[in-house]
Design a protein around this ligand. Structure first.
Ligand code: CP
Length: 316
Protein backbone atom coordinates (compact mmCIF):
# COMPACT_ATOMS: atom_id res chain seq x y z
CA UNK A 1 0.00 0.00 0.00
CA UNK A 2 1.44 3.38 -1.06
CA UNK A 3 -1.50 5.58 -0.13
CA UNK A 4 -4.07 5.42 2.66
CA UNK A 5 -6.52 8.24 2.12
CA UNK A 6 -9.88 6.44 1.91
CA UNK A 7 -11.55 3.04 2.00
CA UNK A 8 -10.92 2.87 -1.75
CA UNK A 9 -7.19 2.45 -1.10
CA UNK A 10 -7.81 -0.85 0.71
CA UNK A 11 -7.75 -4.05 -1.35
CA UNK A 12 -9.27 -6.30 1.32
CA UNK A 13 -11.11 -4.53 4.14
CA UNK A 14 -11.89 -7.73 6.08
CA UNK A 15 -8.23 -8.73 6.00
CA UNK A 16 -7.11 -5.28 7.20
CA UNK A 17 -9.55 -5.45 10.12
CA UNK A 18 -8.36 -8.99 10.93
CA UNK A 19 -4.74 -7.75 10.79
CA UNK A 20 -5.55 -4.96 13.25
CA UNK A 21 -7.19 -7.40 15.68
CA UNK A 22 -4.24 -9.79 15.31
CA UNK A 23 -1.81 -6.94 16.06
CA UNK A 24 -3.85 -6.10 19.14
CA UNK A 25 -3.03 -9.57 20.47
CA UNK A 26 0.58 -9.51 19.17
CA UNK A 27 1.75 -5.86 19.18
CA UNK A 28 5.47 -6.63 18.72
CA UNK A 29 5.24 -9.54 16.26
CA UNK A 30 6.62 -7.32 13.45
CA UNK A 31 9.07 -5.29 15.51
CA UNK A 32 11.82 -5.60 12.88
CA UNK A 33 9.70 -4.52 9.92
CA UNK A 34 10.24 -0.84 10.70
CA UNK A 35 13.92 -1.06 11.59
CA UNK A 36 15.82 1.87 10.03
CA UNK A 37 12.58 3.29 8.64
CA UNK A 38 11.26 6.73 9.57
CA UNK A 39 7.66 7.92 9.82
CA UNK A 40 6.94 11.64 9.74
CA UNK A 41 3.73 12.88 11.33
CA UNK A 42 2.97 16.38 10.06
CA UNK A 43 0.12 18.29 11.69
CA UNK A 44 -1.43 21.40 10.22
CA UNK A 45 -4.17 21.14 12.89
CA UNK A 46 -4.37 19.91 16.51
CA UNK A 47 -4.56 16.25 17.54
CA UNK A 48 -4.43 14.08 20.64
CA UNK A 49 -5.51 10.57 19.57
CA UNK A 50 -4.16 10.48 16.02
CA UNK A 51 -0.80 11.80 17.09
CA UNK A 52 -0.29 9.46 20.06
CA UNK A 53 -1.84 6.32 18.58
CA UNK A 54 0.06 6.55 15.29
CA UNK A 55 3.31 7.24 17.13
CA UNK A 56 2.72 4.19 19.34
CA UNK A 57 1.79 2.04 16.32
CA UNK A 58 5.03 3.03 14.58
CA UNK A 59 7.07 2.33 17.72
CA UNK A 60 5.49 -1.15 17.96
CA UNK A 61 6.78 -1.76 14.42
CA UNK A 62 10.27 -0.55 15.33
CA UNK A 63 10.10 2.69 13.34
CA UNK A 64 11.67 6.03 14.15
CA UNK A 65 9.08 8.79 14.31
CA UNK A 66 9.42 12.52 13.66
CA UNK A 67 6.48 14.69 14.67
CA UNK A 68 6.03 18.31 13.62
CA UNK A 69 3.24 20.80 14.21
CA UNK A 70 3.77 22.33 10.80
CA UNK A 71 1.22 25.09 11.40
CA UNK A 72 3.11 26.39 14.46
CA UNK A 73 6.68 25.16 14.02
CA UNK A 74 7.19 25.29 10.26
CA UNK A 75 7.42 28.10 7.72
CA UNK A 76 4.13 29.44 6.43
CA UNK A 77 3.35 27.27 3.40
CA UNK A 78 2.26 28.37 -0.06
CA UNK A 79 0.09 25.91 -2.01
CA UNK A 80 -0.61 27.94 -5.15
CA UNK A 81 1.58 27.70 -8.23
CA UNK A 82 2.45 30.68 -10.39
CA UNK A 83 2.44 33.13 -7.50
CA UNK A 84 4.97 35.77 -6.60
CA UNK A 85 5.61 34.93 -2.95
CA UNK A 86 5.83 38.50 -1.71
CA UNK A 87 3.14 38.05 0.97
CA UNK A 88 3.04 36.07 4.21
CA UNK A 89 3.91 32.61 2.87
CA UNK A 90 7.58 31.68 3.12
CA UNK A 91 7.99 28.19 1.66
CA UNK A 92 6.22 26.46 -1.21
CA UNK A 93 4.66 23.02 -0.77
CA UNK A 94 6.81 21.81 -3.68
CA UNK A 95 10.01 22.32 -1.67
CA UNK A 96 8.57 21.56 1.78
CA UNK A 97 7.02 18.21 0.84
CA UNK A 98 9.96 17.37 -1.43
CA UNK A 99 12.35 17.81 1.49
CA UNK A 100 10.14 15.71 3.79
CA UNK A 101 10.39 12.96 1.18
CA UNK A 102 14.18 13.09 1.55
CA UNK A 103 14.07 12.43 5.29
CA UNK A 104 11.14 10.05 5.61
CA UNK A 105 10.03 6.62 4.39
CA UNK A 106 6.34 7.23 5.14
CA UNK A 107 4.57 10.56 5.61
CA UNK A 108 1.41 11.18 7.66
CA UNK A 109 -0.50 14.42 7.06
CA UNK A 110 -3.32 16.10 8.96
CA UNK A 111 -5.04 19.03 7.31
CA UNK A 112 -8.58 20.20 8.06
CA UNK A 113 -10.92 21.97 5.61
CA UNK A 114 -11.45 25.74 5.65
CA UNK A 115 -15.25 25.17 5.42
CA UNK A 116 -15.55 28.28 3.25
CA UNK A 117 -15.03 26.96 -0.28
CA UNK A 118 -16.58 23.53 -0.83
CA UNK A 119 -14.98 22.94 -4.19
CA UNK A 120 -11.53 23.71 -2.79
CA UNK A 121 -12.00 21.53 0.31
CA UNK A 122 -13.44 18.60 -1.64
CA UNK A 123 -10.57 18.79 -4.16
CA UNK A 124 -8.26 17.78 -1.28
CA UNK A 125 -5.68 20.21 -2.66
CA UNK A 126 -3.46 20.28 0.44
CA UNK A 127 -3.38 16.53 1.04
CA UNK A 128 -2.90 15.77 -2.65
CA UNK A 129 0.01 18.19 -2.95
CA UNK A 130 1.81 16.51 -0.07
CA UNK A 131 1.29 13.19 -1.88
CA UNK A 132 2.49 14.58 -5.21
CA UNK A 133 5.58 16.41 -4.03
CA UNK A 134 6.82 14.13 -1.23
CA UNK A 135 6.95 11.17 -3.66
CA UNK A 136 6.78 8.67 -0.77
CA UNK A 137 3.91 6.61 0.71
CA UNK A 138 1.41 8.85 2.50
CA UNK A 139 -1.18 8.10 5.18
CA UNK A 140 -4.01 10.50 5.93
CA UNK A 141 -4.18 11.59 9.56
CA UNK A 142 -7.49 13.30 8.61
CA UNK A 143 -7.90 15.40 5.52
CA UNK A 144 -10.50 17.93 4.44
CA UNK A 145 -13.10 15.28 3.59
CA UNK A 146 -12.07 11.99 5.23
CA UNK A 147 -10.58 10.44 8.38
CA UNK A 148 -9.77 6.87 7.30
CA UNK A 149 -7.63 5.82 10.30
CA UNK A 150 -10.57 6.75 12.54
CA UNK A 151 -13.04 4.83 10.37
CA UNK A 152 -10.82 1.74 10.29
CA UNK A 153 -10.54 1.83 14.10
CA UNK A 154 -14.34 2.21 14.26
CA UNK A 155 -14.87 -0.83 12.06
CA UNK A 156 -12.32 -2.80 14.10
CA UNK A 157 -14.28 -1.87 17.25
CA UNK A 158 -17.61 -2.96 15.74
CA UNK A 159 -16.13 -6.22 14.47
CA UNK A 160 -14.54 -6.92 17.85
CA UNK A 161 -17.66 -6.23 19.94
CA UNK A 162 -20.64 -7.15 17.76
CA UNK A 163 -23.00 -9.72 19.27
CA UNK A 164 -24.72 -10.74 16.04
CA UNK A 165 -23.89 -10.90 12.31
CA UNK A 166 -24.83 -7.77 10.35
CA UNK A 167 -25.30 -5.54 13.41
CA UNK A 168 -27.40 -2.40 13.06
CA UNK A 169 -25.09 0.62 13.07
CA UNK A 170 -26.60 4.11 13.32
CA UNK A 171 -24.68 7.31 12.61
CA UNK A 172 -26.61 10.05 14.36
CA UNK A 173 -25.97 13.78 13.99
CA UNK A 174 -25.39 15.65 17.26
CA UNK A 175 -25.65 19.32 18.22
CA UNK A 176 -22.60 21.61 18.44
CA UNK A 177 -21.90 25.33 18.71
CA UNK A 178 -19.21 25.40 16.02
CA UNK A 179 -19.12 24.45 12.37
CA UNK A 180 -17.28 21.12 12.21
CA UNK A 181 -15.96 19.30 9.13
CA UNK A 182 -17.80 16.46 7.40
CA UNK A 183 -14.64 14.33 7.31
CA UNK A 184 -15.52 11.90 10.11
CA UNK A 185 -19.13 11.23 9.04
CA UNK A 186 -18.16 11.05 5.34
CA UNK A 187 -15.46 8.56 6.10
CA UNK A 188 -17.50 6.52 8.60
CA UNK A 189 -20.32 6.32 6.05
CA UNK A 190 -18.14 5.14 3.19
CA UNK A 191 -16.51 2.46 5.38
CA UNK A 192 -19.86 1.27 6.80
CA UNK A 193 -21.38 1.11 3.30
CA UNK A 194 -18.70 -1.45 2.45
CA UNK A 195 -18.92 -3.39 5.72
CA UNK A 196 -21.21 -6.25 6.73
CA UNK A 197 -23.57 -4.06 8.75
CA UNK A 198 -27.09 -2.67 8.45
CA UNK A 199 -26.19 1.03 8.21
CA UNK A 200 -28.53 3.94 8.97
CA UNK A 201 -27.77 7.68 9.01
CA UNK A 202 -30.05 9.97 11.05
CA UNK A 203 -29.82 13.76 10.88
CA UNK A 204 -32.06 16.82 10.90
CA UNK A 205 -33.15 18.22 7.54
CA UNK A 206 -30.39 20.33 6.04
CA UNK A 207 -27.49 18.13 7.18
CA UNK A 208 -27.46 15.79 4.16
CA UNK A 209 -23.95 14.51 3.51
CA UNK A 210 -22.42 14.39 0.03
CA UNK A 211 -24.02 11.40 -1.73
CA UNK A 212 -20.61 10.14 -2.87
CA UNK A 213 -20.08 8.83 0.67
CA UNK A 214 -23.53 7.47 1.55
CA UNK A 215 -24.49 5.17 -1.33
CA UNK A 216 -26.18 2.10 0.19
CA UNK A 217 -27.06 3.72 3.53
CA UNK A 218 -30.60 4.19 4.81
CA UNK A 219 -31.05 7.91 5.55
CA UNK A 220 -33.75 9.31 7.84
CA UNK A 221 -34.66 12.49 9.70
CA UNK A 222 -36.34 10.46 12.45
CA UNK A 223 -33.74 9.77 15.16
CA UNK A 224 -36.08 7.70 17.36
CA UNK A 225 -36.98 5.38 14.49
CA UNK A 226 -33.31 5.06 13.48
CA UNK A 227 -32.17 4.11 16.98
CA UNK A 228 -34.75 1.33 17.37
CA UNK A 229 -32.94 -2.04 17.66
CA UNK A 230 -29.53 -0.42 17.08
CA UNK A 231 -26.43 -2.37 18.15
CA UNK A 232 -24.00 0.52 17.72
CA UNK A 233 -24.73 4.26 17.78
CA UNK A 234 -22.07 6.53 16.32
CA UNK A 235 -22.58 10.08 17.54
CA UNK A 236 -21.08 12.95 15.56
CA UNK A 237 -21.75 16.55 14.70
CA UNK A 238 -21.09 17.95 11.26
CA UNK A 239 -21.84 21.23 9.51
CA UNK A 240 -24.05 21.42 6.43
CA UNK A 241 -22.76 20.37 3.02
CA UNK A 242 -25.31 22.70 1.39
CA UNK A 243 -25.09 25.62 2.22
CA UNK A 244 -21.52 24.63 2.85
CA UNK A 245 -20.11 24.84 6.36
CA UNK A 246 -23.28 26.31 7.90
CA UNK A 247 -24.76 25.52 11.33
CA UNK A 248 -28.57 25.36 11.37
CA UNK A 249 -29.87 26.28 14.83
CA UNK A 250 -32.64 24.54 16.76
CA UNK A 251 -31.69 20.88 17.00
CA UNK A 252 -30.50 20.62 20.62
CA UNK A 253 -32.91 17.70 21.19
CA UNK A 254 -30.71 15.51 18.97
CA UNK A 255 -28.19 15.03 21.83
CA UNK A 256 -28.05 11.34 22.84
CA UNK A 257 -29.29 10.62 26.37
CA UNK A 258 -29.91 7.41 28.31
CA UNK A 259 -33.65 7.66 27.52
CA UNK A 260 -32.87 7.29 23.83
CA UNK A 261 -31.10 3.97 24.44
CA UNK A 262 -34.32 2.33 25.71
CA UNK A 263 -35.49 0.82 22.41
CA UNK A 264 -32.04 -0.14 21.18
CA UNK A 265 -30.44 -3.57 21.32
CA UNK A 266 -28.50 -2.38 24.41
CA UNK A 267 -26.56 -0.25 21.91
CA UNK A 268 -22.92 0.54 22.39
CA UNK A 269 -22.21 4.25 21.92
CA UNK A 270 -19.25 5.45 19.89
CA UNK A 271 -17.70 8.86 19.23
CA UNK A 272 -14.37 9.66 17.62
CA UNK A 273 -13.53 12.30 20.28
CA UNK A 274 -12.90 15.03 21.25
CA UNK A 275 -16.49 15.46 22.42
CA UNK A 276 -18.22 18.38 24.13
CA UNK A 277 -20.06 16.96 27.15
CA UNK A 278 -23.76 17.72 27.54
CA UNK A 279 -23.78 19.52 24.20
CA UNK A 280 -22.87 16.86 21.67
CA UNK A 281 -23.25 13.82 23.92
CA UNK A 282 -24.68 13.61 27.45
CA UNK A 283 -22.35 12.93 30.36
CA UNK A 284 -24.71 10.17 31.55
CA UNK A 285 -24.10 8.24 28.32
CA UNK A 286 -20.36 9.00 28.20
CA UNK A 287 -19.90 7.82 31.79
CA UNK A 288 -22.33 4.93 31.50
CA UNK A 289 -21.84 1.23 30.74
CA UNK A 290 -22.75 1.57 27.04
CA UNK A 291 -19.99 4.04 26.18
CA UNK A 292 -17.18 2.68 24.01
CA UNK A 293 -15.34 5.93 23.43
CA UNK A 294 -12.10 5.09 25.28
CA UNK A 295 -12.03 1.53 23.91
CA UNK A 296 -12.59 2.91 20.42
CA UNK A 297 -9.74 5.40 20.84
CA UNK A 298 -7.54 2.53 22.06
CA UNK A 299 -8.20 0.71 18.79
CA UNK A 300 -6.71 3.64 16.89
CA UNK A 301 -3.30 2.09 17.65
CA UNK A 302 -4.12 -1.22 15.96
CA UNK A 303 -5.76 0.43 12.97
CA UNK A 304 -2.70 2.62 12.40
CA UNK A 305 -0.36 -0.31 12.98
CA UNK A 306 -2.18 -2.48 10.41
CA UNK A 307 -1.89 0.29 7.80
CA UNK A 308 1.76 1.10 8.55
CA UNK A 309 2.61 -2.62 8.45
CA UNK A 310 1.14 -2.92 4.93
CA UNK A 311 3.05 0.18 3.84
CA UNK A 312 6.32 -1.12 5.29
CA UNK A 313 5.83 -4.49 3.57
CA UNK A 314 5.52 -2.56 0.31
CA UNK A 315 8.91 -0.94 0.95
CA UNK A 316 10.74 -4.26 1.41
N1 CP B 1 -10.44 11.29 16.77
C1 CP B 1 -9.34 12.01 16.50
O1 CP B 1 -8.85 12.04 15.36
O2 CP B 1 -8.81 12.63 17.59
P1 CP B 1 -7.66 13.73 17.48
O3 CP B 1 -8.21 14.88 16.68
O4 CP B 1 -7.35 14.11 18.90
O5 CP B 1 -6.48 13.12 16.80
Amino acid sequence: MKLFSSVNDVTDIKQLVADALHLKQNPYAHKHLGENRTLGLMFLNPSLRTRLSTQKAAANLGMNVMVMNVDKEGWALEFNDNVIMNGTTVEHIREAAGVMGQYLDILGIRSFPGLKDRELDYSEEIFNKFVEFSKIPVVSLESATRHPLQSLADLVTIEELKTRPWPKVVLTWAPHVKALPQAVPNSFAEWMCKAEVDFVIAHPKGYELCEDFTKGATITHNQEEALTDADFIYVKNWSAYEPYGQVISGHDDWMLTNDKLTNTNDAKVMHCLPVRRNLELSAEVLDGPNSLVAHEAGNRVWAAQAVLKQMLEGLQ
